[in-house]
Write a protein that binds this ligand. Structure first.
Ligand SMILES: [Zn+2]
Ligand SMILES: [Zn+2]
Length: 254
């Protein structure tokens, strides 16, 4: 969906280093319910934080989230305890006029992801969900409108809300990579393939290490048998390339 346009300026927000502020809601207790789902999958989905509900229904993980970040932001109302003035390093920061509002998102994500015969382009709006319940968006601000025009509205944790108050990440979620590590599992796209941070084996992953969908296949900590996975990189397209690698699940409102 379209988002208000921020002032065009240089892209420096994506690599900004935030100052971390503890937030009382940022607990790390998983909320995964007991189920017959295989242990490796349960373990991987246990990375989701409290505030995000994960249930297993048949072939799907059903993940419910209000999309409110578990970290502070200048996009909360100033009267909210989670409000924090911008303290990132982008001198061109230009806050957009939106404010964070709770959403009622439900993601149905395949538990056994499969390669699609033809890769589907990602839509505008949520394309996946991070482990703190904040949705991932693709590299576009609107139809055929590159992110460059709104990158300066990313807050100190690289997120911002769109016109309906849905907070989201188009690029590296700096709070999560600071807390969990830059090589950590950060979430899933709608096709059920996991998203990892920009580091791997002590090295920065670049677009050249990835295929056109922005991923590759090898063993990871959560999937020792090997799995296709995306990596967040510091250059466009950041999270996903030409589209989903796998057959997609769905996202809707509760
Ligand atoms: Zn956006
Ligand atoms: Zn990898």
């Amino acid at each position: 969906m379209p988002e208000p346009t921020a002032t065009p300026a240089t892209d420096t927000a994506a690599t900004a280093t935030p100052i971390l502020t503890p937030v009382p809601t940022a607990t790390l207790i998983p909320t995964v319910a007991p189920s017959p789902t295989p242990n490796t999958i349960v373990a991987a989905f246990a990375k989701f934080e409290s505030g995000v509900t994960v249930k297993f229904e048949g072939e799907f993980a059903v993940i419910s989230s209000n999309a409110v970040p578990n970290h502070s932001s200048p996009y909360f109302f100033k009267t909210d305890a989670r409000y924090q003035q911008y303290n990132g390093t982008n001198p061109s920061y230009a806050q957009n006029p939106n404010v964070i509002y709770a959403q009622t998102l439900v993601f149905r994500i395949p538990l056994k992801p499969e390669k699609a015969t033809a890769s589907q382009p990602t839509p505008l709006g949520p394309i996946g969900i991070s482990i703190n319940g904040v949705p991932f968006f693709n590299e576009y601000a609107g139809t055929n409108r590159p992110l460059a025009f709104e990158i300066n509205s990313f807050d100190q944790y690289n997120g911002h809300p769109q016109m309906f108050g849905m907070y989201h990440y188009h690029v590296e979620p700096l709070y999560l990579t600071a807390i969990c590590g830059r090589d950590a599992l950060l979430g899933y796209l709608l096709d059920g393939f996991p998203v990892y941070g920009p580091m791997e084996g002590g090295k920065l992953v670049t677009n050249a290490d990835l295929d056109a969908n922005h991923g590759h296949t090898h063993a990871t900590a959560e999937y020792p048998g090997g799995i296709y996975h995306y990596h967040v990189t510091s250059e466009a397209p950041y999270i996903n390339g030409v589209g989903f690698y796998g057959k997609t699940g769905s996202v809707g409102a509760r």
